[in-house]
Write a protein that binds this ligand. Structure first.
Ligand code: SAM
Length: 172
């Protein structure tokens, strides 16, 4: 299973982007997101509501201590950062690791504590320019899964029927 750790959530200021990190994590196949920083029940509930309506096995947790989450994780830890090694250089190795072990993918927010870089197994860049945790996570998970996007979200109450134009959904 792949778990995402989202560092440094700030209530009010980061609601939208933290929710989007969770939505991307779920769409691209993670089984869990753990939020660190400020506890934000509203933001977490809005994400849980998406899971309830749109299905899939995806859980949402809060753990104030990112240190504990990383140290106690039983598997391989990967921090996404513009300062890391370009993901293309590590992808084959990481795909093999993913087949054998659980992964914890760490994404930051405004300021990432320096100690994270030494705590994790890998520091990986999606380009060496500053951009966004949402984009970095989406591209990295997509590549790690060999360019696939999970389609099967079990127990959904609602499902999209793909259309050239317009919006069609099925209520189940
Ligand atoms: N300035 C912050 C710092 O202390 O490093 C990072 C701010 S950035 C808006 C928020 C997060 O987006 C980062 O912590 C990282 O997880 C992700 N990110 C941004 N650009 C990235 C890149 N080129 N490659 C991988 N991750 C990136």
């Amino acid at each position: 299973m792949t778990t995402i750790l989202r560092l440094g959530h700030r209530r009010g200021r980061d609601d939208r982007i933290s929710t989007h990190v969770g939505l991307v994590a779920r769409q691209f196949g993670a089984g869990k997101i753990i939020y660190a920083g400020e506890k934000d029940e509203n933001m977490m509930e809005s994400l849980e509501d998406v899971v309830k309506r749109w299905g899939g096995n995806f859980s949402v947790e809060y753990n104030k201590s990112f240190r504990k989450t990383i140290r106690e994780f039983d598997g391989t830890t990967i921090h996404l950062t513009m300062y890391g090694i370009p993901f293309q250089e590590k992808m084959e190795e990481l795909k093999e690791v993913k087949d054998k072990e659980d992964l914890l993918i760490v994404v930051g927010s405004q300021k990432v504590p320096k100690e994270i870089y030494d705590m994790v197994d890998h520091n990986i860049a999606v380009g060496s320019q500053p951009h966004s945790e949402v984009a970095a996570l989406g591209v990295f998970m997509y590549e790690l899964d060999g360019g696939k996007i999970p389609q099967d979200f079990k127990n959904a109450e609602i499902e999209v029927v793909p259309q050239e134009k317009g919006k069609k959904t099925l209520e189940k």
